[in-house]
Design a protein around this ligand. Structure first.
Ligand code: ACO
Length: 425
């Protein structure tokens, strides 16, 4: 269509270029040829599509999230996490034989080299498990040096299987170390999420036998599905950026974990729980909201999103899952505070006008708490399933004709000046 273009005019020269709009974007190369040395200034990628991707569709205004075209609601209700991981990584849902093979492969790779335990043992007694996870996943690259052969597709696929399989093991080891409990090896008779719960809690303190409750394992599996991918978020961008340098998948995953660790990203669910505990009673909800609005109370954690300007569809599903979990684990009074906080905020002009709605982190922390996870594990619980999404992007990036990520800058420092010897300063 003739008018599906944007015209850029350089008023210094009077030259113009018509740039076609393709898939909702315009090629920045047009500016490069029209005005060499002039750059788009977009520090937080507010207006920049850093890649084309066929993995996840997200419409933040309409509150829509789809993996490979499948609505997140249908996947959360009907699929298992491993099925979804396969979908993200391979592009299609597996048939029965493919799922069986995939499940077998993942299960077969759940164990980590015994020396990994020595790394974990070396951490300070109160080390944050997310720091342990990021470090040990990076260390895996030294156990599988062939992983740097990114051109060998079969080799790369093996590393993906290893990563998806071993993340729960590393995560559980990190927790067991922090509470001074012996590491629990994977039980490969159990499905993925149940196996993780088993490594976390077996045996209960006092040596009591631990049976995985199927309702809780299912709830965790749903949470894993909801966290598996979210297109170009901060950690996925880190993954693609580091991957564009052709770092091996373990090192790139460690970088993505580090991005996820931040409280503005995967650390927010931990912040939500601290916030709910600080609020403490229902009477304190309204004063707290006022303090957020006046700027003295910080941000309302678990609210707002760079992309969603509507209710995060994952938050809706998580709210429902929370009710199922509480039916088994018993009621948590912090839920009432969260519900009231949501109600008050969603009626308040400050939040309405800024389109601030609950995001995925608002209720997920409450479920994790009900499942018995300490707060320090919340971001780790995010990293486990996100590994399949990160790797899907890593693979897609390699398959595309990608260059190393190397943005430009607008230099705003001092102009050239002569070095001043120390005695003259
Ligand atoms: N509480 C109060 N005010 C908020 C909040 C919040 N949670 N989020 C945004 N605002 C306000 C800002 O103060 C700003 O107001 P102003 O226009 O008067 O200055 C306006 O809304 C826009 O906010 P930005 O910071 O520009 O929005 P941005 O898209 O950069 O930030 C973010 C998104 C970081 C998620 C932000 O909403 C936030 O800090 N939320 C709380 C932390 C959180 O829940 N993070 C999890 C995100 S989901 C995830 O990563 C899994």
């Amino acid at each position: 269509m003739a008018d599906e273009t944007i015209t850029i005019t350089d008023n210094r020269t009077g030259k113009s270029v018509d740039v076609p709009i393709v898939n909702g974007g315009i090629d920045s190369g047009a500016l490069r040829s029209l005005a060499p040395g002039v750059w788009f200034h977009d520090p937080a990628f507010m207006t920049t599509a850093a890649c084309s991707s066929a993995i996840t569709f997200l419409d933040g205004d309409a509150g829509i999230l789809r993996y490979r075209g499948y609505p997140i609601e249908q996947l959360a209700e009907q699929a298992s996490y491993l099925e979804v991981a396969y979908l993200l990584l391979k592009g299609e849902l597996p048939d029965a034989a493919q799922l069986e093979q995939w499940t077998h492969d993942i299960t077969y790779h759940t164990f980590v080299h015994e020396n990994v335990k020595k790394f974990v043992d070396g951490f300070h007694y109160d080390a944050h498990p997310m720091g342990i996870l990021a470090s040990t996943v990076a260390a895996l690259s030294t156990f599988y040096p062939e992983a740097k052969n990114l051109n060998d597709v079969a080799c790369l696929e093996k590393q993906i299987v290893r990563l998806v399989a071993k993340m729960p093991t590393l995560a559980a080891f990190a927790h067991r170390f922090s509470v001074g409990m012996p590491y629990v090896y994977p039980d490969n008779d159990l499905p993925y999420s149940a196996n993780f719960l088993s490594m976390m809690w077996k045996p209960r303190s006092g040596g009591k036998a631990y049976e995985v409750d199927p309702v809780l394992a299912k709830a965790l599996d749903v949470l894993f599905i909801l966290h598996a991918d979210h297109e170009q978020n901060c950690s996925t961008t880190a993954m693609r950026t580091v991957g564009s340098a052709h770092a091996d998948p373990y090192s790139a995953t460690a970088a993505a974990c580090s991005a996820l660790y931040g409280p503005r990203h995967g650390g927010a669910n931990e912040a939500v729980l601290h916030m709910l505990q600080d609020i403490g009673t229902l009477d304190n909800v309204e004063p707290f909201v006022q303090s957020v609005k006046s700027g003295s109370g910080g941000r309302l954690q678990g609210f707002g999103h760079r992309v969603y300007k509507n209710y995060d569809p994952r938050a809706k599903l998580i709210k429902r899952t929370a009710e199922e979990v509480f039916a088994v684990t018993g009621y948590n009074p912090l839920l009432d505070i969260a519900l009231k906080l949501e109600e008050v905020a969603l009626q308040d002009e400050y939040f309405v006008s800024r389109k601030l709605y609950p995001n995925v982190d608002f209720y997920s922390g409450l479920i994790y708490m009900a499942l018995g996870f300490p707060m320090e594990m919340f971001t780790v619980l995010f990293a486990i399933p996100r590994t399949s999404g990160w790797m899907a992007h890593f693979m897609e990036m390699l398959q595309q004709e990608s260059k190393i990520a190397r943005p430009r800058q607008l230099y705003i420092g001092v102009d050239e000046r002569a070095y001043v010897p120390l005695e003259d300063r």
